[in-house]
Design a protein around this ligand. Structure first.
Ligand code: AMP
Ligand code: MG
Length: 323
């Protein structure tokens, strides 16, 4: 996903920062507000990364995974609480205890392998967020349970950033947190934000652009991390029921909504649900918008953003309206 020109004609110069965090390149642009706001955001996001990264043995999540019981910081507590609620709301498509399966397939190290059916069954049995117990900031995991917050960490970083931008008096900001874009405030020139949605075949390009006001735009795509064996692609988004990569004809899912953590969780979960269940979930809630692309070049847009989306030149996707 990429950001199109934020403002063509304004005298207000943004402050900006680019850095590596949460396994991706992030770039921030902040208009107005306290000096150093960009640096404040950057260091806060890097701190969050240090708390939440299950693959960093010094992180709070890694410590909780190893020791099975630990008191955690306010941020980790807030994100775990939100995530557990989202697990409940999203049913069997979303589970923050997928960690052992993500590791077994090699997605944490890049040493990819295909676990046997027997192993997959055992891995699926280890996935169940109900085995995570919370008690006033102290969390306890059952013996076989391990957490992976990869599906929500960037969304949470978007929410924390929005609070910092508000406290710091920023006028507007565009935060590209790698797959999760946070659009804050009102642009200095009064125009709307414009976000490009990555082409899964060529993520440096975008198949379309979305005009929007302040919101979070979170995309999940198989193209972000995957490996291939015997001509088949195995992606980093797993079905908690089978502990195996999703293979349901979905190529990318973008969620547009106000809360970043929810946007990020929904993009992962609706990818796992597949087209029909994702459409049902949308119809049952209608408090977010959705852009879903299938491997047949069918593009589904919900009615709330239908008129705000335009397909890029050269893409002849069949566009459907979800109402
Ligand atoms: P995202 O890019 O936001 O879709 O998040 C994908 C990451 O979340 C993966 O790299 C895994 O670490 C983790 N993950 C994969 N499948 C699931 C799932 N079904 N529920 C929760 N987390 C998942
Ligand atoms: Mg996500």
């Amino acid at each position: 996903m990429m950001i199109l020109a934020l403002c063509a004609c304004t005298s207000m110069q943004p402050s900006s920062a680019s850095f590596q965090a949460m396994d991706t390149l992030m770039s921030l642009k902040v208009y107005g507000g306290n000096t150093n706001l960009c640096d404040t955001l950057k260091s806060r996001i890097q701190t969050l990364d240090g708390l939440l990264d299950a693959t960093d043995e010094k992180s709070e999540i890694a410590r909780l995974n190893a020791e099975k019981s630990a008191a955690v910081s306010e941020d980790t507590d807030a994100l775990l609480q939100r995530s557990l609620t989202l697990c409940e709301q999203l049913g069997d498509s979303f589970d923050i205890t997928v960690c052992p399966a993500v590791r077994a397939w090699g997605f944490t190290t890049g040493d990819y392998r295909i676990p046997s059916e027997h192993e997959r069954k055992a891995l699926a049995d280890r996935i169940d967020y109900r085995r995570v117990k919370a008690d006033h900031g102290t969390y306890t995991l059952s013996a076989q349970t391990e957490l992976d917050l990869g599906a929500v960490a960037k969304g949470y970083a978007a929410d924390v950033s929005a609070d910092l931008l508000r406290d710091g008096g920023a006028q507007a900001a565009v935060l590209n947190l790698g797959g999760t874009i946070a659009l804050y405030g009102k642009k200095p020139d009064g125009s709307r934000f414009s976000v490009g949605i990555a082409d899964p075949e060529n993520p440096a390009a975008y198949f379309g652009t979305l005009d929007c006001d302040a919101c979070v735009v979170a995309t999940s795509g198989g193209y972000e991390r995957y490996f291939e064996r015997d001509g088949k692609r195995y992606i980093h988004i797993l079905d908690p029921k089978t502990a195996a990569p999703v293979d349901n004809g979905v190529r990318s899912v973008t969620i547009v909504t106000e809360n970043g953590t929810r946007a990020d969780a929904l993009s992962t979960a609706l990818f796992v649900m597949g087209l029909d269940r994702a459409a049902d979930y949308y119809r049952a809630h209608r408090d977010f918008d959705l852009i879903l692309l299938t491997d047949k070049d069918e593009l589904y847009l919900t009615e709330g953003i239908f008129d705000d989306f335009s397909l890029s030149d050269g893409y002849d996707y069949t566009v459907h309206r979800l109402g």
